[in-house]
Design a protein around this ligand. Sequence first.
Ligand code: NAP
Length: 305
Amino acid sequence: MTSVVYERVALIGLGLIASSMFWAMKRSGLAGEVTGFARSVETRDTARRIGLCDRVSDTVVEAVQDADLVVLCVPVGVMGQVAAEIAPHLKPGATVSDVGSVKAGVIEAVQPHLPAGVHFVPAHPIAGTEHSGPESGFAELYDNRWCLLVPVEGTDPAATERLRALWEGMGANVDEMEADHHDLVLAVTSHAPHLIAYTMVGVADDLRRVTDSEVIKYSAAGFRDFTRIAASDPTMWRDVFLTNKEATLEILGRFTEELFALQRAIRTGDGEHLHDYFTRTRAIRRGIIEAGQDTAAPNFGREKS
Ligand code: NAP
């Protein structure tokens, strides 16, 4: 049995993550009233048309007034700007959270704007698809996915616990993590892999000019999966790399070293090195499936992951 966790929730930004939150909150009756705001008239009109949010405000200031929970669901590069705009209008005792894919940079950008008496509990749901916009969300997105909470120093533990209850009510498993550690872990598991996918698709695109449409026509599962990742929102990912610079560069440095080692093994015919390496990586895939983070389906089972 779930019950209302927050009487009034404001979602700022109405894309994949916010719309999925709305449908998930509705599914389980976790919020009394949800107000939404997005930057463009077009997105606000779409939200009204599809019933996304109980009320859609034309200004961000109106959206956050009286809200018990305000969730910033905008690209990480504009979190600080939005926080500055809403700060004077927040209700005392309200909680501000976000869903940004990077945590240290967002905390640095948002926290200085928030007035005393407002709780700040940053969060990151590790769930998404390559689709974006107000029509891309669905209630099940967070089911059995992780949501990491990154409370800042001095945050009232009761505010963190309440946000945890919301995410658990939306189907997620919740853990707490420190910001820098979060950013390093995500650089390994998400940010660097996205950059690699973008690069691989770029390389294939260059090749396509040489081989006409063969790259697309005969695209095998490996490449197709790269194209799915590389179809992710350009603004979101530009901001992720610019905001999680240090950790991403650290991981890319290590990646390049490993790539050179594999390149050398191929050149020198060192099959043992290649076989050992691929055996090790295969075991990681098994671990991910066993942890319930993906399925063993040959199509990668990734429609909703
Ligand atoms: P999205 O579908 O592209 O939606 C972004 C929303 O933010 C849009 O409604 C957009 O409004 C709004 N927006 C952009 N700039 C704004 C501004 N200056 N002021 C007000 N609203 C603004 O993005 P998303 O995938 O939901 O991502 C949102 C956040 O979640 C990002 O911080 C991202 O890092 C994080 N995240 C994403 C994923 C994922 O896989 N997609 C997973 C976890 C976390 P308009 O439509 O009017 O332009």
